[in-house]
Design a protein around this ligand. Structure first.
Ligand code: G3P
Length: 216
C-alpha cells in the first residue's frame, strides 16, 4: 500500500519525500486555507518537491466549471490529479477530464455505490473518507471493504485512496483490506514509526554499549 501525505505544507512534504516512504500528496481547500497562501503557487511548489501524484481540488459546482478548473490545474505540472466531488456534475466532469487524458480523484465518497459511479466514470482515484464516517457513528472502513469487493468483481482499475485518516489504526485497517493508498496527515505518518518498545530497546542497547570494553 502506498502512503500519501494529506497536507499542503511544503515543509511536511519535503520531510516525507526525504523519508523515501511518501509517494504522493492530497490537498483540499481546508488544507490550503491552513497554509494561508495562493493555491496555484502552493501546488507549483508541491509538484516541484514530489514526483508522484498531487491532488488539487476544484471548487465549482457545475461540470463546466470543474472541467475549466481541472484543465488549468493540469497545466501547473504533469503530476497533478484533479479532485472533483461525488455529485452528478462531478461525474460528468470526471468523464470529460478523463477523456482528455487528465487523471481524476473523486472525493467526498461515503458509500460503495458512490465509488461504483466514480469507477464507471473513469476515475483514477476514489477517496472514501473513513474518519468522517466514524465521526457520525458509522464504521468508515466497512465502506473501504465494500469498495474493494465491488471493484474486484468487475476488475475496475480505479485506485482506492483511503482519506480522512485520523490514526494509525485506520492505516493498518486500510492495509489489511488491501486498499491501494492511504493519505495521511504528517502527524499520523510520524506515529507509524513509533513504538515504546523500540524506544526502550534503543535506550537499553546504547546503555549496554557504553559498558562494552573498548580498545584505546
Ligand atoms: O483530503 C481529504 C481528507 O483526507 C479530509 O480529512 O480529516 O478533514 O476528514 P478530514
Amino acid at each position: 500500500m502506498e502512503l500519501f501525505l494529506d497536507t499542503a505544507s511544503a515543509q511536511e512534504i519535503k520531510k516525507g519525500v526525504e523519508s523515501g516512504l511518501i509517494t504522493g500528496v492530497t490537498t483540499n481547500p481546508t488544507l490550503i486555507m491552513k497554509e494561508g497562501r495562493d493555491y496555484n503557487e502552493a501546488l507549483k511548489e508541491i509538484c516541484s518537491i514530489i514526483k508522484g501524484p498531487v491532488s488539487a481540488e476544484t471548487v465549482s459546482l457545475d461540470a463546466d466549471g470543474m472541467v475549466k478548473e481541472g484543465i488549468a490545474f493540469s497545466k501547473i505540472a504533469k503530476n497533478i490529479v484533479v479532485k472533483v466531488p461525488m455529485t452528478v456534475e462531478g461525474m460528468k466532469a470526471c468523464q470529460r477530464l478523463t477523456k482528455q487524458g487528465i487523471k481524476v480523484n473523486v472525493t467526498l465518497v461515503f458509500s460503495a455505490n458512490q465509488a461504483l459511479l466514480a469507477a464507471k466514470s473513469g476515475a483514477y482515484f476514489v477517496s472514501p473518507f473513513v474518519g468522517r464516517l466514524d465521526d457520525i457513528g458509522k464504521i468508515g472502513m466497512d465502506v473501504v471493504r465494500e469498495i474493494k469487493q465491488v471493484y474486484g468483481n468487475y476488475k475496475f482499475t480505479t485506485k482506492i485512496l483511503v482519506a480522512s485518516v485520523r490514526n494509525p489504526i485506520h492505516v493498518l485497517d486500510a492495509a489489511k483490506i488491501g486498499a491501494d493508498i492511504a493519505t495521511v496527515p504528517y502527524s499520523v505518518f510520524e506515529q507509524l514509526f513509533k513504538h515504546t518498545l523500540t524506544d526502550a530497546g534503543i535506550k537499553k542497547f546504547l546503555e549496554d554499549w557504553e559498558k562494552v570494553p573498548k580498545r584505546k
